[in-house]
Structures are given as structure tokens and as C-alpha cells.
Design a protein around this ligand. Structure first.
Ligand code: 5GP
Length: 188
């Protein structure tokens, strides 16, 4: 059995993080993905406790006050955070723990866990990112515009990540991500 590791996956909304993480879970048997808490409303098809723990602002603030979150951030007017205890348990169990989180949270994790591996997923271009967000059809025009603004800020920090990959061809990006995780997990 490999010992536990923590991988942080960031990248602009629409870069394909969710799809790549789902493929990583399929292809890396000891991978485990953390379920975040968020104050945003569920999208159509999202299930509480599966995609996120959907909570009120009051509940989220209580979790912060009780130090239950490994990291948290405000993104596009909502709070998002990683429950600390399950992540610690899964690392202890020897899992490859995956956090799919935005950049502010990623750097908080690096400060607390210097051994964390930070991966940034880039879209091929801003035009393509915009096209993907529109095609996804889950956000309003205003929300998409805000997500694109945040994307520019996130892209400006990509060089601080340990590893970057461009999600142009999904199959190539999948193979690259799986290879990176396996290489880090077995190199120590
Ligand atoms: P979405 O609303 O599209 O599900 O997520 C918006 C952004 O929040 C994405 O970049 C996603 O990776 C990030 N995110 C999801 N969960 C967390 C979390 O627990 N902490 C932080 N810092 N960001 C998160």
C-alpha cells in the first residue's frame, strides 16, 4: 500500500477540473476526493453530501469559528471550505486525497501542509473558457462574467503551482494528471 498524499487541483471555472477529477478517481484506485462545504445554492442535479455539503452562511461561519476547516475562501460571493477531519483521516488511511479548490484555498493548504502537491489546470485560451462556460449552461450571464474575471486572477498565479497542465485534449490531460499523481505517490 502507498502512503497518503494530498493533491490540490485548481484552475478557472470551466477549465475542466471536475471532469478530470472524476477520471482520476476512476483510474487511481486509492484516490479519494474531499467534499467541500459551500454556501452557494445547488445546481440542477447536485446532491447534498455528494457534490457539496450545502450549508447556510451561519453554519459556515460556525465551522470557521470551531476551526473545522482546513482552508476556506470566498469565491464569487459565496463561501467554500474543506472539512479538516475527514481529510486528515483519509491521509492517515493511505489515500491519495484530492482537493478541487480555488487558488486562495490552495495556498492556505500549502502553508499548513508543506508536502501538498499543487496542480493547476489551464484552459487552452480565455475564448475557449468563455465558450465552455456558456455551453455548460449552469450559470447566468452575469455569473459567467464574474467567473471570467476571477479566472484572470487565478491564471496570474499559475506559476506558483508545482505542476501545470493544459486541458485541450481531454484524454491527454487525463493521462498527464494520472501519471503525475502516481509518480508523486510512489516517489517518497
Ligand atoms: P463551483 O461553484 O463552480 O462549484 O466552484 C467555484 C470554485 O470554488 C471552483 O474553483 C472550485 O474549485 C472552488 N471550490 C470548491 N470547493 C472549495 C473549497 O472547499 N475551498 C476552496 N477554497 N475552493 C473551493
Amino acid at each position: 500500500m502507498r502512503h497518503g498524499n494530498i493533491f490540490v487541483i485548481s484552475g478557472p471555472s470551466g477549465a475542466g477540473k471536475g471532469t478530470l477529477v472524476a477520471l482520476l478517481l476512476r483510474d487511481v484506485p486509492d484516490a479519494w476526493v474531499s467534499i467541500s462545504a459551500t454556501t452557494r445554492s445547488p445546481r440542477k442535479g447536485e446532491v447534498d453530501g455528494v457534490h457539496y455539503h450545502f450549508v447556510t452562511r451561519e453554519r459556515f461561519e460556525q465551522m470557521v469559528a470551531d476551526d473545522q476547516l482546513l482552508e476556506w475562501a470566498e469565491y464569487n460571493r459565496n463561501y467554500y471550505g474543506t472539512p479538516r477531519s475527514t481529510v486528515e483521516e483519509k491521509i492517515e488511511e493511505g489515500k491519495q486525497v484530492i482537493l478541487e479548490i480555488e487558488t486562495q484555498g490552495a495556498f492556505q493548504v500549502r502553508e499548513k501542509m508543506t508536502e501538498a502537491h499543487l496542480v493547476f489546470i489551464e484552459p487552452p485560451s480565455m475564448e475557449e473558457l468563455k465558450a465552455r462556460l456558456i455551453a455548460r449552461g449552469t450559470e447566468s450571464g452575469e455569473d459567467i462574467a464574474r467567473r471570467l474575471e476571477v479566472a484572470k486572477l487565478e491564471l496570474s498565479r499559475k506559476m506558483e503551482y508545482d505542476y501545470r497542465l493544459v486541458n485541450d485534449d481531454l484524454e491527454l490531460a487525463r493521462a498527464e494528471l494520472v501519471a503525475y499523481v502516481n509518480a508523486q505517490a510512489t516517489s517518497e
